[in-house]
Design a protein around this ligand. Sequence first.
Ligand code: G1P
Length: 200
Amino acid sequence: NVSIQSIRQGEAKGLGHAILCAKRLIGKEPFAVILPDMLISKDNGNAGDSLKEMRLNFEKRETSSVLLGKAKKADISKYGIAQIKKNSKLPGLGLIKKMIEKPSIKKAPSNLYAVGRYIFNNDFFKYLSKVKPDKSNEIQLTDAIDNYIKDNNKVNAFSLDGDIFDCGDNAEYILANLEFAMKDPVIKTKIKKYLKTKRF
Ligand code: G1P
């Protein structure tokens, strides 16, 4: 019983703007944001359940949340980076203190990056609609989250437990295909044979 509706973001005005385009469909409901180019594989953990964990947390506390992974130093400037305040009484890592979009390594407050899974209270739209475009004329989701936190709204930080592929990167896109293709015994045999004959 899932109904799917799609909305085209006519102009490339950033992730925050894309979400704002869906506002009239979401109405007054809380909502999740899933960036499908960040593909999570369940193999090494329960990453497939992270969003469920975030949803259950929302149902209990009505707190927005962001899923975070650990970025390699070289990748920090590719993502939204979070500073967290550890709290063992909360599920996940604790609360997010601050978020900054694509900082330089020098300016990054940690190596924890937003992997593209979020849950928001509906009042988050107020903050999203007030965000000013950045230097590249994009409305950043990260800036809205940072303003939301500055206004004393809580955002829980959850930690990714699994493998993730950033399909915006050519090599990772191929690896993501391999990861899932190898789960099919027929395709797996074909790929193995191909690799053998090609002697890579
Ligand atoms: C977007 C977000 C960024 C997040 C990333 C995950 O960036 O703005 O905060 O870490 O997705 O993929 P984009 O990949 O659109 O540049």
